[in-house]
Write a protein that binds this ligand. Structure first.
Ligand SMILES: Cc1ncc(COP(=O)(O)O)c(C=O)c1O
Length: 433
């Protein structure tokens, strides 16, 4: 049944995917921040991997919550009921976003890092000395150190999936060797926030399942570029952070219902005994939950714009917009890679072969032969281009690549960026040849 829904939705996405470029101006007009100028030139936001800009619809949703429904949960009066209804509606939105069976599988939290730390403490209660936990060298520290610390506390063994340094992909053969009947837990990233590699998480989850391990997927860097699908991935947990995909600062966890029931999180009396409430400590950021749902609805709205006259479910609209975004971002990435391949002073880390463009998202870490990353970022800033330097807390990666302490310069393209902006970046890099 799910598979049928999926394939018919996929058909819709392919029919309408090509039109994204034609609506880019109306898309950009929805983001107030994008009208910012620096020295009379439009600012270029290539800092998206560290946090995206938000559309007016998200700002409106947060404001509307405050001006209309602001109340604590479970009160017997109008605003409390309205507030609860808004939160229930947001859980439905995120069930569609993750492709979950049930909105009760959606848990809110402050951010991915806090939620991973809390989950690591909970899962460690089920681990014994000698059990094995697998992490990867391509992950953000938030999807690495929580599991390492929790494993060390109970005497579990930590194994690390190594990198293939030539293209910054995970070594799947080595991963196969690491799996054993003692593997209890595998933490993987869906896409690298440093080099953009998309990991084959569906295949890697299947491999982990053959030894009976639980699988946690960090979709934080994936979600701005592609739509999560926990049914296809076959994982046990998936987590995203709304500020990376056009929403406010909020962590959103999906977990299998039976695990939300059976695992024992640390909780105190205000939290109920049933999920998802038993996983949430204290009062949640209601306005941000509503704002995060508005970010998903903003995306679905573009999906509907791309397929006018069709009566799509929210999930189908999301599949449509993400297919369009993916192809559009791939065109920006290809343009960048082609331009940069002519520059002698610039090195791009990770996948650079444009025939493999579908194996990466449009997040690029680069090094310049003469300029330190901080100097290159300063130079870009002088041209009104916002970028980051450092390791972006993808520390296992930067250490493995020998890129500490200076790191690299990172530019990330999101669906609101344009080919003209990519050309402006290439022009600055060209001047530095
Ligand atoms: C891939 C990835 N995972 C996890 C995190 C941490 O997310 P949060 O800031 O929500 O704690 C980040 C933040 O940059 C990230 O890029």
């Amino acid at each position: 049944m799910l598979a049928d829904r999926h394939s018919s939705q996929h058909f819709l996405t392919r029919r309408f995917a090509m039109q994204f470029g034609s609506i880019i101006n109306s898309v950009r007009a929805q983001f107030p921040a994008l009208s910012r100028t620096i020295d009379n030139q439009p600012a270029v936001y290539f800092d998206g991997p560290a946090g995206s800009q938000v559309p007016q619809a998200v700002i409106n949703a947060v404001t509307h919550y405050y001006t209309t429904h602001n109340a604590n949960s479970h009160g017997d009066f109008a605003t409390a009921r309205e507030s609860d209804a808004a939160l229930d509606a947001a859980a439905l939105v995120f069930a569609d976003f993750f492709y979950a069976d049930d909105p009760l599988e959606i848990v809110w939290g402050a951010n991915m890092t806090s939620m991973a730390l809390a989950m690591s403490r909970t899962l460690a209660k089920t681990w014994s000395p000698g059990d094995e936990v697998i992490v990867s060298q391509l992950d953000h520290d938030a999807n690495f150190t929580p599991w390492v610390m929790a494993a060390e506390r109970v005497g579990a063994v930590v194994k690390r999936i190594p990198l293939r340094k030539e293209d910054c992909t995970l070594d799947i053969d080595a991963y196969q060797q690491l799996l054993s009947p003692r593997t209890k837990f595998v933490a993987l990233g869906c896409a690298s926030n440093a080099v953009g590699t998309i990991n084959p998480v569906e295949q890697m989850t299947r491999m982990a399942k053959q030894v009976g391990a639980l699988v946690w997927l960090d979709a934080v860097h994936f979600a701005p570029h592609d739509l999560p699908d926990v049914q296809r991935w076959g994982c046990d947990f998936a987590i995203a952070s709304a500020y990376k995909f056009f929403g406010p600062h909020l962590g959103i966890l999906w977990a299998k219902s039976e695990l939300l029931h059976s695992l024992q999180p640390d909780k105190i009396r205000p939290a109920p005994n049933t999920p998802p409430g038993r996983w949430m400590t204290g009062t949640q950021a209601h306005e941000l939950i509503v704002g995060a749902a508005a970010a998903v609805d903003y995306l679905a709205g573009i999906g509907r714009q791309l397929a006018p006259g069709t009566d799509m479910t929210r999930r189908a609209a999301l599949l449509t917009v993400y297919q369009a975004i993916k192809e559009y971002e791939q065109s920006l990435a290809t343009r960048f890679l082609q331009g940069v391949s002519e520059l002698k002073q610039v090195r791009v880390w990770g996948i650079t072969d444009h025939t493999r463009i579908s194996e990466r998202v449009a997040t690029f870490s680069i090094s310049h032969a003469r300029l330190k990353p901080c100097e290159l970022v300063e130079m870009l800033d002088r041209h009104g281009i916002f970028a980051w330097h450092g390791n972006f807390y993808a520390v296992p990666w930067s250490e493995a690549m020998g890129l500490e302490p200076d790191g690299v310069t990172r530019v990330g393209f999101l669906h609101y960026n344009t080919s003209a902006e990519v050309d402006r970046l290439l022009a600055v890099l060209c001047e530095l040849e």
